[in-house]
Design a protein around this ligand. Structure first.
Ligand code: PXP
Length: 238
């Protein structure tokens, strides 16, 4: 199975926001990534808008309909933006104030489950696909299915940060079991976080993932190789 690539362009906006300049423009980055073979564009709207702004999401959805995966939390502000801009897919992720990047999958307390369920229903009513970003834990896969998700994105952060081959192997096993369970429950299965040109192949080889969402590795590679080549190199691996 050919695995599709979602390129996360947050850090193009990080660079722009560093100088509050009008460039580099995430819209240009999205166009280049798509013409170099990316299947989707992923953008994470955070409450602090430290990289992607609400206007970026509106423009991305306007210029690239059916191609935008919006990542956001289950807050009223994020929900409002998603319902207004209508991306192809919304991936609901947890968000902690001050975190450098997303720390892991959703923690399904009863309160979180209730908020997520309501948001899933509203997004579905607008025809938006819903993905839930979860840790590779069987119970969380079952909860995601019960909440009505179309997709689960399994968090590969722990795997990507594993400090020994033995730990990486155990985490790949967790990813495999959760991915197979998700498929059995009728969910589409994506993977993301911390994937790079070296560690992605072992996850791709599991054979159960339809999409890999990758940002930091591609955008930083682009600084030296150029964005089209950085995307093409990842596509070649997948
Ligand atoms: N998937 C999700 C849900 C994320 O939050 C992120 C980071 O924004 C990514 C994928 C991409 O992670 P990375 O930038 O480490 O490739």
């Amino acid at each position: 199975m050919k695995i599709r690539l979602g390129v996360n362009i947050d850090h193009v906006a990080t660079l722009r926001q560093a100088r509050r300049a009008p460039y580099p423009d995430p819209i240009d980055a999205a166009a280049i990534c798509l013409s170099a073979g990316a299947d989707y564009i992923v953008a994470h709207w955070r409450k602090d808008q430290r990289h992607i702004q609400a206007k970026d999401i509106a423009d991305l959805c306007k210029y690239f309909p059916k191609k935008i995966h919006l990542e956001c939390s289950y807050t009223p502000e994020a929900e409002k933006l998603a319902l207004k801009c209508k991306p192809h897919c919304v991936c609901i992720v947890p968000e902690q104030p001050g975190e450098v990047t997303t720390l892991g999958g959703l923690k399904f307390t009863p309160e979180v489950q209730q908020k997520v369920r309501l948001m899933v229903d509203k997004l579905h009513k607008k025809g938006i696909l819903v993905s839930l970003f979860i840790s590779p834990i069987a119970d969380d896969v079952r909860i995601a299915a019960r909440l009505g998700a179309d997709i689960v994105e399994l968090c590969t952060r722990d795997y990507s940060e594993a400090t020994s081959a033995k730990k990486a192997q155990k985490l790949l096993q967790d990813l495999t079991l959760s991915a197979l369970l998700a498929k059995e429950l009728g969910l589409d299965v994506h993977a993301g976080h911390g994937l790079d040109y070296l560690n992605v192949l072992a996850v791709a080889d599991i054979g159960a993932f339809s999409v890999m969402n990758i940002g930091f590795a591609i955008i930083t590679r682009a600084l030296f190789a150029g964005l089209p080549q950085a995307v093409e190199e990842m596509k070649d691996i997948l």
